[in-house]
Ligand binder design. Structure first.
Ligand SMILES: [Mn+2]
Length: 464
């Protein structure tokens, strides 16, 4: 690729000198001989001449140029140059760097692309300004702690965002597990989170309020703030969180960023600012933290989350995240699944499967999701018995109508039921289910649901 960068002075050279090696060769065309010499001294290829004269472009052999980049400060000059180039070469793509003054009004030329300088630099500068700020915060954090033991306290049922943030804080401080244990008053209960700490070899210790400051231990908390806990915590040294502030609290260092989708995003910025490249384990934990807290960057996430996610991605172990998200099924559940699948009957695009007694509740929605991959299936309805509760999970292809409403109408009075248009759930005590339906089977569930699914679709057609 041959580029021609046209500018009065060496401004474009300062910005584009590295583009040359990465994407091709850039020739610089400037007004003054002295400027051209300066560019050559710095290793660039430069020509000089009257930027608005045709001869100049004959000299640089315009027909060898694949693309031109232009930045002239005067709007009329910029306009004239555009027209001149177009006359000399009908098919030359042109990128115009514009400011408020020299922006072109005429936007009919499809080969001319305008880039606003202020847009280019807004994001660029914002990132750099933030980075300096983060570096200062890292220094403040490091200054908080000496040789003392440090407890990193998480919420009662620690989630991936909290766990990833805790690991990152430990890394920032250059500490290890014995001097900086990650602690909670509760335990890790969700199967995915349990899989995460098992696969990444993370230890979360249970602690009591009494032991928080034992032997002069310091206290940090991430992804949570002191008012969350119902008892006084004593002196708090550090709080880093993205949740809204609900009540006042005191801490030696606080960084609350409510626009952020995850606390892991804040810690990723700290690590970057501190020049610490995350290990695969740390990057995986942080990436998974951002992913789960933002529902894969959909909920409450902003540019900072996206940028942290993009940064972590190459360092993280994506295969491990898949394993965390789909914890291996217990053997008996797998067999129940196999038996259920062999009985599968399709009726009006509705697949109903009752799995019988199973150990792990999360198998049920997974199976309902899976049903949608079977040809002709528009609704997946899967039920199972988990500890004397009937759990029913529904998934549909989305353009049909609300699974949540149907479940609510059918089951909410004998248990709890509801959800969205495309995914819904009901949990009903076994005795109440039997009271109404006599037994738990795919037949009774199909008989109850099918008329409502079909009826709703007819209704929809009738009402357009
Ligand atoms: Mn969080």
């Amino acid at each position: 690729m041959q580029y021609l960068a046209i500018c009065e002075d060496d401004l474009l050279f300062q910005f584009m000198r590295d583009v040359a090696t990465e994407h091709g060769e850039v020739r610089f065309l400037v007004q003054d001989e002295a400027v051209a010499r300066r560019i050559k001294r710095m290793g660039g290829k430069a020509w000089h001449g009257d930027l608005l004269k045709e001869e100049t472009y004959k000299k640089v052999k315009l027909h060898h140029i694949d693309q031109a980049v232009i930045f002239l400060r005067e709007p009329e000059s910029q306009d004239r140059l555009c027209k001149l180039l177009r006359i000399m070469d009908k098919a030359l793509p042109v990128v115009l760097l514009t400011n408020d003054k020299n922006g072109k009004k005429d936007e009919n030329d499809p080969l001319v692309r305008q880039i606003q300088l202020t847009h280019t630099f807004r994001e660029f500068w914002a990132a750099h300004l933030l980075d300096t700020l983060n570096r200062k915060k890292v220094e403040n954090i490091r200054a908080l702690f000496g040789e003392e033991k440090l407890h990193i306290l998480l919420q009662h049922d620690p989630d991936p965002d909290a766990i990833g943030s805790a690991l990152a804080l430990r890394e920032l401080l250059g500490r290890n597990r014995p001097t900086t244990p990650i602690v909670t008053f509760g335990g890790v209960s969700r199967p995915e989170n349990a899989a995460m700490i098992r696969l990444l070899d993370i230890h979360i210790e249970r602690i009591t309020y009494e032991d928080l400051h034992k032997d002069g231990a310091k206290l940090a908390m991430v992804d949570v703030q002191p008012p969350y806990f119902d008892k006084p915590l004593g002196k708090v040294d550090l709080v880093v969180d993205h949740h809204p502030k609900r009540a006042n609290f005191k801490a030696r260092f606080t960084d609350l960023r409510t626009p952020y989708g995850a606390t892991s995003t804040i810690f990723t910025e700290y690590l970057r600012a501190a020049g610490i490249e995350p290990s695969q384990r740390l990057a995986t934990a942080l990436l998974y933290g951002i992913k789960t807290d933002t529902l894969f960057l959909e909920r409450g996430s902003n540019l900072a989350d996206l940028s942290a996610f993009t940064y972590l991605y190459p360092f993280a172990n994506k295969a491990m995240i898949s394993r965390i998200e789909r914890p291996a099924l217990p053997r008996e559940d797998l067999e129940a699944l196999g038996r259920a699948l062999s009985r599968l009957q399709l009726d009006n695009g509705v697949a109903v499967i009752h799995m019988g007694e199973i150990n792990r509740e999360d198998v049920i929605p997974q199976m309902a999701e899976f049903c949608l991959q079977i040809e002709g299936v528009e609704w997946g309805v899967v039920s199972g018995l988990v500890n004397d509760r009937v759990v029913i999970s529904v998934r549909n292809v989305g353009y049909v109508k609300s699974a949540g409403e149907i479940m609510k109408r059918l089951y909410d009075d004998i248990g709890s039921a509801g959800g969205h248009r495309a995914m819904a759930k009901a949990v009903i005590p076994l005795d109440r289910f039997k009271e109404r339906y006599g037994e738990v089977s795919d037949r009774v569930i199909r008989d109850a649901m099918l008329p409502m699914i079909v009826e709703r679709e007819v209704e929809q057609i009738a009402h357009g």
